[in-house]
Design a protein around this ligand. Structure first.
Ligand SMILES: [Zn+2]
Length: 337
């Protein structure tokens, strides 16, 4: 994937492109940021850009994404681009690093730059990190290293100090939605519902792929709409109990995981209600398609109510994750929103 085709991280990617176009990209880079936000895709795009065969793309510091070299990098088949990932024990051993370093001791075969890409670099064993130090300090001719990690603190300070740090921020809800639609074939509605819960991470949004997030979000919205107008305890308890079963035929019980998603949806909706009450630009809402409904509901959650409801949802999630009974949790929540 070329830099142009990446969704999000515009400033970071522009900086990388300018450095590549000028030929001033440092040979040792450390990409950091939360899991599932596109660091690895950017690392692969970097390897493509420095080896692309298309003159125009190269002049812009980008990859064309389609030439023989770009294609091979994308398929992990480029002889000079060496991707390393943790083994099935979730670690990268010194043997793997020694082997790669041996291959960096001569000039690239067909590319202009040899690029060593290290995924989940925090899983490098200490001996492997030590073995890397000298090469990071003085990279072999025409060789560059890109270490990718969400836990930079797990790397030796000596490794960190020898690399140039490139920080990646979480994606926006819009950007996660775009990635789900374009790269994973999700429909717009479910993509946005999942993105609203994903903390800016495509990886997290994909983790919700099996859940019918739209239905779970609607259940959360029904709860908030009910408690907004009901003050009597029996009605609220009933609204809480309604979360335990699916709407429609069969009254099938919801799993604890599904209930967890309902609660996270409630939290995301409450954040939107607070945003509406604070008068922020409606375009930043996580659920723009629900704006009319949320706008009508917002006045019921004025003052500190949205925030304290948010805290209650958080407590309920905490209890649910620690195996409190589903019914106890949902009823308590309905009484405390
Ligand atoms: Zn190319």
């Amino acid at each position: 994937m070329s830099f142009r085709a990446l969704i999000g991280h515009r400033q970071t990617v522009d900086r990388l492109m300018r450095a590549i176009a000028r030929g001033s990209l440092p040979p040792t880079l450390l990409f950091t940021g939360a899991p599932g936000i596109g660091k690895w895709h950017t690392a692969v795009a970097t390897a493509q850009a420095v080896n692309c065969l298309d003159d125009d793309a190269r002049a812009a510091g980008d990859a064309c994404g389609t030439c023989r070299s770009c294609d091979r990098v994308a398929r992990g088949m480029h002889v000079d681009v060496l991707p390393i990932a943790p083994d099935d024990k979730a670690s990268i051993k010194i043997d793997v690093i020694r082997d790669v370093l041996a291959r960096t001791s001569y000039r690239p075969f067909e590319g202009r730059r040899r690029v060593v890409l290290i995924r989940d670099a925090e899983t490098l064993e200490l001996s492997a990190q030590n073995a890397l130090l000298k090469s990071l300090e003085e990279p072999p001719d025409a060789t560059m290293f890109v270490l990718v990690t969400s836990v930079p603190g797990a790397l030796l300070p000596t490794v960190r100090s020898r690399t140039m740090r490139v920080r990646f921020a979480p994606l926006t809800v819009d950007e996660v939605t775009q990635v789900l639609e374009r790269d994973h074939g999700h429909d717009a509605g479910p993509a946005r519902a999942a993105a609203a819960l994903a903390d800016g991470s495509v990886g997290q949004a994909l983790g919700l792929a099996d859940a019918d997030v739209v239905a779970l979000r609607d259940a959360a919205l029904r709860l908030l709409s009910e408690v907004a107008v009901r003050t009597d305890a029996p009605a609220r308890v009933q609204a809480g109990d309604a979360l335990l079963t699916m709407a429609g035929g069969g009254k099938k019980e919801r799993s604890r995981d599904e209930l967890g998603v309902v609660l996270r949806c409630a939290a995301a909706l409450l954040r939107d209600l607070e945003a509406i009450n604070a008068g922020v630009d409606r375009r930043v809402l996580a659920h723009p398609s629900l704006e009319p409904t949320l706008a009508a509901l917002a006045s019921r959650f004025g003052g500190d109510r949205a925030r304290s409801a948010f805290a209650s949802v958080d407590r309920a999630l905490y209890a649910l994750e620690r195996n409190a009974g589903s019914k106890v949790v949902t009823e308590w929540l309905a009484l405390n929103l």
